[in-house]
Design a protein. Structure first.
Length: 199
């Protein structure tokens, strides 16, 4: 089939096989039916995927590909855009409506992507809790006033609640006051300059 015909015929499963279908994809039949290989997966394949690495990654090659794909989705999308949303909405001294709206719109799109993923899987990379969940979860706690629209994204709500209830996460929350006793209060000018490298 031509590129356009193939794109049309594959569109439905590609949308569910990779986080960002517009980035392009390849198919490796040896790894099972309908496993799309996005550019990030292809770059990571040698040598990272030749052996189990631990760190919340599955032992099988297919599972590692999926977990790393979603980890990179967080690193390249959810994390940076959530950070920008928090900066322009909470920390910036000058309100820039375009920046705030753009960041909130993109973060909502990313929340929708993850909600759709979690509609079919217990955790981000599949049936088991792993590194993609560990990397993504903190960005849903970034600012109290910037919580996701959980009413619109019920699967995201279920996942967030499941991770928040994990014993290790509860222990981390218990350390919050000890590690950062000033969390939640406005920054002083000196702290703002230090935090954003304007010294």
């Amino acid at each position: 089939a031509s590129g356009s015909q193939q794109s049309e015929s594959n569109a439905e499963w590609v949308e569910g096989a990779v986080p960002s279908p517009l980035a392009g994809h390849a198919v490796n039949p040896s790894l099972g039916a309908q496993l799309g290989l996005s550019p990030s997966r292809l770059l990571l394949q040698p040598p990272m995927l030749q052996r189990p690495l631990g760190l919340g990654l599955p032992a099988d090659t297919r599972g590692r590909l999926v977990a790393l794909e979603w980890l990179l989705w967080q690193v390249g999308g959810l994390g940076p855009m959530s950070g920008q949303m928090a900066h322009f909405s909470v920390y910036a001294q000058e309100t820039i409506p375009y920046a705030v709206d753009r960041c909130k719109t993109e973060v909502r799109r990313l929340h929708r992507v993850l909600d759709q993923r979690l509609a079919e899987h217990s955790f981000v990379a599949g049936a088991e809790y792993g590194i993609a969940d560990m990397a993504s979860y903190p960005w849903f706690e970034v600012c109290g006033d910037l919580k996701p629209d959980y009413a619109a994204f019920p699967h995201l709500r279920r996942w967030q609640g499941a991770i928040a209830a994990r014993p290790a996460v509860q222990r981390a929350y218990a350390l919050k006051e000890q590690v950062n006793p000033n969390a939640g209060r406005p920054l002083s000018d000196e702290e703002r300059q230090h935090m954003f490298g304007r010294r």
